[in-house]
Design a protein around this ligand. Structure first.
Ligand SMILES: [Zn+2]
Length: 311
């Protein structure tokens, strides 16, 4: 039953969601239409409502498409991951059988097992992981590689424990140099840490570099002080360059200049102590001076360009 009574705005706006969804009665619809024809405010509310409805519908659609795509991809990856795992487990099974029969020894079987874990870390782990694939692959395969090295050294190596430590720290340092930035970038770190991923990376790499050099230096006790001065001063230079690159708000040429100065000073220090040597050049002061001068020119050009850029 239609009435002539006009609806107040708040009643119309209460009805609008039903109106937009097309689920209000024909009578209500007619009343709302009549009101909308005369009321700008309610028309605006209707427009907003329609817009947000479309947006919600659009986002829901997009999400559904992405989800379907991911589902398909992850199904394929999962199948491949399972296949590789079954294959690797099969190989391990054969190794165990052969060993139990007495045709092979346990040392070989355990080393092969560690190698299979390394292989799994590079293949099955990223395929089976649902998130942070690269990080998991890197961490898993690095640990497995260390295990392989330990097995090799323990079962077949004639080397001392020190050489094992040298190989392990060198391996972790070499992998970290390339892989750790990726791991840190993907990691979800708590609030204060997440803005300082470079510092965390530098800290991790520095620790392994210093450990590696320390284990190398222990081998040559008479050179130990010399090697550690070279190592620690290089680490300090690397930190200063990285911090300048990350935190100084200057032109990139100025940053290059700072790096040149620091490297020149480190080289001069090396010439003085003897880890840097050049044919025909024997003055640390000359090398440090010329290098610093070139670096200073870069810093000056960078400063000028930086000022121009601000204008
Ligand atoms: Zn109104």
């Amino acid at each position: 039953m239609m009435t002539d009574k006009k609806l107040p705005c708040d009643v119309v706006q209460d009805l609008l969601p039903l109106y937009v969804d097309g689920v209000c009665s024909a009578d209500s619809r007619q009343l709302v239409d009549a009101h909308l024809a005369e009321c700008d405010d309610c028309r605006k509310v209707l427009a907003d409502l329609q817009e947000s409805e479309t947006e919600v519908a659009f986002h829901a659609d997009a999400k559904a498409v992405i989800r379907a795509h991911n589902k398909h991809q992850s199904k394929t990856a999962l199948a491949l991951g399972v296949l590789i795992s079954v294959f690797l487990t099969g190989v391990m099974g054969v190794m165990l059988y052969v060993t139990l029969k007495g045709w092979s020894d346990w040392q070989t079987t355990i080393t092969v097992g560690a190698s299979l874990l390394f292989l799994a870390g590079l293949t099955a782990v990223p395929l089976l992981a649902s998130s942070k694939r690269l990080t998991k692959a890197i961490v898993f395969s690095t640990l497995a590689l260390v295990l392989v090295i330990l097995c090799e050294e323990a079962f077949f190596g004639e080397e001392s424990g020190l050489e094992t430590l040298q190989i392990i720290t060198a391996t972790i340092f070499a992998i970290s140099l390339f892989a750790f930035p990726v791991v840190v970038r993907q990691a979800h770190l708590p609030e204060p840490l997440c803005h300082h991923k470079l510092v965390i990376t530098m800290l991790w790499d520095s620790i392994w570099f210093v450990l590696m050099m320390l284990f190398l230096a222990i081998d040559v006790p008479q050179e130990m002080g010399f090697v550690m001065v070279a190592t620690l001063s290089l680490v300090a230079v690397a930190w200063l360059i990285a911090l300048a690159a990350r935190y100084l708000r200057v032109h990139w040429l100025a940053k290059c200049g700072i790096a040149v100065v620091l490297l020149a000073l480190w080289t001069a220090l090396g010439m003085h102590f003897g880890w840097a040597m050049f044919d025909g050049v024997d003055s640390p002061l000359l090398v440090g001076g010329i290098g610093s001068a070139i670096g200073a020119i870069f810093v000056a050009i960078g400063a000028i360009l930086g000022k121009k850029g601000q204008k």
